[in-house]
Design a protein around this ligand. Structure first.
Ligand code: AMP
Ligand code: GLY
Length: 426
């Protein structure tokens, strides 16, 4: 089969690496890809947002299946466009992807289908939102409605901070149209867990629960990032809670989206927080998570391509997903300065030493190839991933991998996975 994967991160590298383990013989294409992906796939420099350019590529290369990594092309309607031309594509339509691309839609939907989430109010007016926050206690959470590349959520500790953000968003238009509406919601306390499931619109199959580490510094301190590391499965999420989440969150979402004529095909990602009253939804994503995917896929036993095809064809009820009895850990190595400004173009040393290592894989994110040398080309640079019989060994092995790699201004968290060992829930 000819398969196109859209995206350029560690998530897409992990997807492609896993697809190449399929029993089917495949040729993989990627747009735009990165230096690591280019070793396994033919890359074309088309941006994920250029959905017409992607359509042309798929037609000209006679691609049989397209898999969408990031959220932007989904919210621009790439699935609607491809379906018009009867081109198989894995991902939700624009209407279904609104569960990620509009926080307001997601909140109204959760209300309607009684899905547990933080209490909230929606505002489209500067004065009304100011008036509201003046009466609130802090912390409080402000979220811009539209896609903001992970930068549109603010946990606010004071009225002054709240006023500043509201002014920047509503008057200063810092997020453009994405900030026309604001969700202001209660602050919830608890550990966060990501649960992702394949969906064919009617049936869904959950992946192993995983945990991201969103903050830049050890001990979950500092600014929010795209994710500094992840592990799977999550030992403190017990079977009865998992079952509860599937029955009370995933089942009503998939059924509700069908009822709303927004049939959800692809991967539904629930960002959950485990509160004292039980698990609640912080957000939904309409795609695979990054770095979660980098730790989840290495321990998937079932042929990934079979699952993807079954999702696209509406056939998931005939598929069973199996996992290795292992733990997997991904440590993100980033450029110092990220998530704010950082330098690019640093030579990455030590990658060859890890090539072909058993139970380990270095997924590339922000990398490029310059005259045969691999250089840094983004904030999150690599996802050093290891899997082992238990979480502790997986952590140790991932950090042994990290120790072999060096680039100028490198930065990584030293505590990825530790919460999985220390934390308990109910
Ligand atoms: P979101 O994009 O909605 O998942 O928000 C990004 C991050 O902000 C989450 O991973 C949480 O760490 C934090 N966050 C979002 N909503 C809340 C909330 N209601 N209470 C506490 N933290 C939150
Ligand atoms: N790891 C968070 C995300 O993919 O949105």
């Amino acid at each position: 089969m000819r398969i196109l994967v859209i995206g350029n991160g560690g998530r897409e590298h992990a997807l492609i690496w896993k697809l190449l383990q399929s029993k089917k013989r495949n040729k993989i294409y990627c747009t735009p890809g990165n230096a690591g992906i280019a070793k396994h796939a033919e890359c074309f420099n088309i941006l994920a947002e250029d959905i017409n350019g992607l359509l042309d590529l798929v037609k000209s290369k006679k691609i049989d299946l397209t898999i969408v990594g990031p959220e932007n092309p989904l919210s621009l309607g790439i699935v609607n466009l491809f379906e018009k031309y009867k081109l198989p594509i894995f991902g939700p339509t624009k209407e279904a992807a609104e569960i990620e691309s509009s926080k307001v839609f997601a909140k109204y939907f959760m209300d309607k289908y009684k899905i547990p989430t933080a209490k909230y109010q929606v505002f489209d007016d500067y004065s009304k939102s100011l008036f509201y926050v003046e009466k609130q206690t802090f912390p409080l959470v402000l979220k811009v409605d539209g896609l903001a590349g992970g930068k549109g959520v603010f946990v606010i500790d004071s009225l002054k901070e709240a006023k500043d953000i509201i002014s920047e968003v509503m008057k200063g238009k810092r997020f453009g149209k994405a900030g026309n509406r604001l969700v202001i919601e209660e602050f919830l306390l608890g550990e966060e867990v990501s649960i992702l499931a394949f969906s064919d619109g009617e049936n869904f199959l959950p992946m192993l629960p995983s945990q991201d580490h969103k903050k830049i510094n050890d001990g979950d301190k500092g600014s929010n990032t795209g994710g500094m590391g992840s592990y799977a499965p999550v030992p403190f999420l017990k079977d009865n809670d998992k079952k509860w989440i599937l029955n009370n969150i995933f089942q009503p979402v998939i059924a509700g989206m069908k009822k709303e004529e927004r049939i959800f095909k692809g991967v539904l990602y629930a960002g959950l927080i485990l509160t004292k009253e039980g698990p609640k939804v912080l957000e939904f994503n309409a795609r695979l998570g990054d770095p979660e995917t980098q730790s989840i896929l290495p321990i998937l036993k079932t042929d990934l391509l079979d699952i993807v095809i079954a999702s696209v064809e509406g056939n998931l009820k005939n598929v069973e997903v199996e996992w290795e009895e292992k733990s997997s850990v991904c440590v993100v190595m980033s450029s110092a300065g990220y998530p704010a400004d950082y330098e690019k173009g640093k030579i990455i040393n030590g990658l060859d030493e890890l090539d072909g290592q058993k139970n380990m894989m270095v997924f590339h994110a922000g990398t490029a190839n310059k005259e045969g040398k691999i250089i840094t080309n983004g904030g999150r640079v690599l996802g050093v991933t290891a899997w082992a019989d238990n979480l502790k060994d997986a952590i140790d092995n991932a950090y042994k991998g990290v120790d072999k790699i060096y680039f100028e201004n490198q930065y990584y968290r030293k505590d990825i996975g530790e919460k999985g060992i220390k934390f308990t829930y109910r």
